[in-house]
Write a protein that binds this ligand. Structure first.
Ligand code: UD1
Length: 353
């Protein structure tokens, strides 16, 4: 039997955790042949290759080398390169994940060449169209064929936008699959010990949203407010953030800058922390799963279940210090159990075979 070709598109750091469990699950199936397409949106070793190593992914089958640029440049570059590839290698299905520029770019190209597209992590909405990711989510979900969702709110958003119920499959949260897949390796990593930190006696900080880090005054206010916390705060710095950090000058002494970490190293740090302050999307979910309080420095979230059920709270620089005194206790949402990739494979059997 000829194997069915499926393209898995990945581009940035949070995408690699989403395609890894699915790649491994599909690789075990006799009927399909998954191929990894790396668009090259993230390219530094610490933003890309280390995740391939940590998640036991082989080298990408195709690398589009799109790199950085403005939104239009990045989107256009992925579209040009992926269109060329699709003309040569025609898969039966393209799988896109998350909400980055490459997700939207690959979806548009595939759909115009009549290749069906499945969106993993579909239906999330912040209802804030000033976020580039919200535009990417809306465009992707408006034209793709299959919608794999992590939670009931995502199903409801899609139904409200006119997507047919039979196109939607709630599969759960694939990020949790990645965590479960390498959990043992994470606990062997002992990042806090390596950094001389005491168990549950430090916080983790990540910031990279343009809204928080691109304006120097806002970014400086955030950093100085966090400087008032009586706890060591470990801050792995994203390349976008690094550029603006230099403009702030001297940092408060409790903030400890470190380079961006690989997946195992970072999850080891997070899982033993007292709490997390972030503007990341994925980290809101990972902390909910790990039952670690999370304070999200944003006005909204596309992941509301982390607030209604989980340990997440939306905060701003004016109420952050008060809120960290009142951490939430949460529950793990349904289907966040490490088996999302198997539910996807089951669904694929139904729709493809
Ligand atoms: C992108 C995604 C964001 C996601 C984030 C995860 C979009 C619109 N944004 O944001 O949703 O949460 O990835 O990290 O797709 N850079 C490097 N090395 C790299 C990658 C980037 O130095 O490997 C630098 C570049 O100079 C670039 C900047 O970081 O200008 C930002 O990179 P970019 O991919 O444009 O957006 P992110 O902020 O990473």
């Amino acid at each position: 039997m000829k194997k069915i070709k499926i393209h898995l598109i990945c581009a940035t750091r949070p995408n690699f955790m989403k395609i890894a469990p699915l790649y491994h699950a599909l690789k075990n199936e006799s009927w399909c042949e998954p191929a990894i397409i790396h668009t090259g949106q993230h390219y530094d070793y610490q933003m890309s290759q280390v995740f391939f190593n940590d998640l036991r992914l082989p080298n990408p089958d195709f690398h589009l080398s799109s790199g950085s640029g403005t939104h239009a440049e990045q989107t256009a570059s992925v579209m040009l390169a992926y269109e060329k590839l699709l003309h040569e290698y025609h898969p039966r299905l393209v799988v896109v994940v998350g909400d980055v520029n490459s997700t939207m770019a690959a979806t548009i190209v595939a759909k115009k060449l009549h290749v069906p597209v499945a969106h993993l992590e579909a239906g999330l909405r912040s209802f804030d169209r000033t976020m580039p990711e919200e535009i990417n989510r809306i465009v992707t979900d408006s034209i793709c064929d299959y919608y794999w969702t992590p939670s009931i709110d995502a199903d409801q958003n899609l139904l409200q936008e006119g997507i047919k119920p039979q196109q939607i499959k709630r599969v759960g949260n694939i990020m949790i699959d990645a965590y479960c897949m390498v959990q043992e390796k994470i606990s062997e990593h002992c990042t806090p010990e390596k950094l001389g930190l005491d168990y549950k006696n430090y916080a983790v900080l990540t910031l990279h949203r343009p809204l928080n880090v691109d304006d120097c005054e806002t970014f400086s206010k955030i950093i100085h407010e966090i400087g008032k916390i009586a706890l060591a705060v470990v801050f792995p710095v994203h390349p976008r953030t690094r550029k603006n950090l230099e403009a702030i000058g001297e940092l408060p002494t409790n903030i400890r800058l470190v380079e961006p970490m690989g997946y195992l190293e970072f999850m080891s740090l997070v899982s033993e922390s007292k709490y997390v302050i972030t503007d990341s999307g994925g980290l809101q979910e990972e902390t909910t799963y790990l039952q670690i309080p999370c304070f999200t420095l944003r006005e909204n979230t596309e992941r509301p279940i982390t607030i209604t059920m989980g340990t997440n709270q939306l905060v701003n620089i004016n109420n952050l210090l008060d809120n960290i005194q009142l951490p939430k206790i949460g529950k793990v949402p349904p289907l966040w159990d490490g088996n999302a990739s198997y539910r996807i494979v089951e669904h694929l059997r139904e729709i493809i075979l």
